[in-house]
Design a protein around this ligand. Structure first.
Ligand code: PLP
Length: 481
């Protein structure tokens, strides 16, 4: 790596990126390519034998890669949940990658570990997390940056499993039962599959529209009682703040009480909505968190940082380490032996790990808490504006109450079956224009369109334009009814 050559080339790449962001609204939000497009269009069918210039590579990126990109950073991207990037997030990612270190233990790069501990405590402070979840609490709690929520759930499930089996005996594995709701993210099921649980021991508790799709404490209690009567051992509950389909919030405080009475590990998945809880007006959604065992959110969703960046906090980090630490002789070192350092390899599945803390640190320092709150509030305000527009058009309804930056809406027709079909057509028509991208969910048999605001470049005018487009397409769809 020649530093001067790098300087020249990196400037060109930065220019390319800046131009991409400048022109981002010109691209169809959803990629229009067909499966196998790249293989068919790219001229080479084997690895180039001789070097190519950066100009030629960037030309290929423009010609072959960009058409196959669905532009998550477009201000007109309202699908799934946002993957909100930012200047600071990008620059932090660049810095973290530039050092190119593999911080599996403290010694392998002390800054990787200590900066991670610092940003997780800072984030905890912003969220008003109980001190018990933080390193500064000094009671064995602390945070770690995982790649994704799937990993965070798997790791905490394994920690809970091993702790319980130590108490009741390994031979009782088939008796352990895990709880979630029919709105819990599929991450939990995936974790169960990986961790060797039978899906027969997974209690998926039904939610209802009348309870805004939150997990009912009464239903949880009944499920636990029934399991205990049958000789099962309740193990783990995944509660959600901001479910994927509708942003429902499980009533954490009551759920934790029931869980505590039954020796259940509570993990709180706030993958998307957790970030909003740095604003005092949203913090109440976390009430009861002091009784949970672990809590996670994705900074790569709504905290201005690129994937992968899932923040996981635990009250008792030793449970995680007991399950995940492996100490081969080739990694033996004095710092580890002293017991004074954190070796993050013992807090995660993999050994190698990226310098993820750098981007979070740069984001927090560049914007400061006041601005971060301002950005999040501006997204929620735009969601409210969209919600107001939906409410003003009597052909439509807001399908579930809005909690954060997600509006779930639909054309309201008398007949359920027909209504689902029409709304599906509406969404297809909207996305076909390429001007915006929205996605759907089905809850209690009801098909609804999800409009998630959170793009860093989204402004009020984009939201208003999106609504006008919905109305235009609806007009056409309704003509045929
Ligand atoms: N949990 C919730 C509530 C989510 O909405 C999502 C993704 O949208 C996830 C978990 C999965 O996150 P990840 O892709 O980081 O595993």
């Amino acid at each position: 790596l020649d530093p001067e050559e790098f300087r020249i080339q990196a400037h060109k790449v930065v220019d390319f990126i800046a131009d991409y962001y400048k022109r981002i609204e010109q691209f169809p939000v959803v990629s229009q390519v067909v499966p196998g497009y790249l293989q068919k269009s790219i001229p080479q069918d084997s690895v180039p034998n001789s070097p190519e210039s950066l100009e030629s590579i960037l030309q290929d990126v423009r010609r072959y890669v960009v058409p196959g990109i669905t532009h998550w950073q477009s201000p007109n991207f309202f699908a799934y949940f946002p993957a909100s990037n930012s200047t600071a997030g990008l620059l932090g990612e660049m810095l973290g990658t530039a050092f190119n270190v593999v911080g599996f233990n403290w010694l392998s790069s002390p800054a990787v570990t200590e900066l991670e501990m610092l940003v997780l405590d800072w984030f905890g402070e912003m969220l008003n997390l109980p001190k018990a979840f933080m390193f500064s609490g000094g009671c064995g709690g602390g945070g770690v940056l995982q790649g994704t929520t799937c990993e965070a759930i798997l790791c905490t499930l394994v920690a809970a499993r091993d702790m319980k089996l130590k108490e009741i005996g390994r031979e009782k594995m088939s008796k352990l039962v895990v709880y979630g709701s029919d709105q819990t993210h599929m991450s939990l099921q995936k974790a169960l599959q990986v961790a060797g649980f039978s899906l027969e021991n997974f209690r998926v508790i039904k939610t209802t529209k009348s309870e805004s799709f939150g997990l009912s404490p009464t239903s949880l209690k009944m499920a636990i009682q029934s399991d205990i009567q049958k000789g099962f051992v309740p193990l783990y509950l995944c509660a959600t703040i901001g479910t994927t389909s509708t942003n429902a919030v499980d009533p954490l405080d009551s759920l934790c009480d029931i869980a505590q009475q039954n020796g259940i590990w509570v993990h709180v998945d706030a993958a998307y909505a957790g970030s909003a809880c740095i604003c005092p007006e949203f913090r109440h959604f976390m009430n009861g968190i002091e009784k949970a065992n672990s809590f996670s959110l994705n900074a790569h969703k709504w905290f201005f940082s690129a994937p992968d960046c899932c923040c996981l906090w635990l009250k008792d980090s030793s449970a995680l380490r007991n399950s995940l630490s492996v100490n081969p002789t080739y990694l033996k070192n004095r710092a580890t032996d002293s017991g004074e350092v954190v070796d993050y390899k013992d807090w995660q599945i993999t050994l190698s790990r990226r310098f993820r803390a750098m981007k979070l640190w740069v984001v927090m320092k560049s914007y400061g808490v006041a601005n971060l709150r301002k950005f999040l509030r501006s997204h929620v305000k735009m969601a409210k504006i969209f919600e107001g527009l939906v409410e003003r058009d009597e052909r439509f309804e807001v399908a579930v109450p809005r909690n954060f930056g997600l509006v779930c809406f639909r054309l309201s027709l008398d007949e359920d079956q027909k209504s689902n079909m029409i709304n599906l057509k509406l969404l297809e028509g909207i996305n076909k224009t390429g001007r915006v991208y929205m996605t759907h969910a089905v809850v209690e048999g009801m098909y609804l369109i999800r409009f998630a605001v959170g793009g860093t470049m989204t402004e009020e005018r984009h939201v208003v334009m999106a609504w006008k487009l919905v109305q235009e397409v609806a007009e056409k769809v309704l003509e045929g009814v």
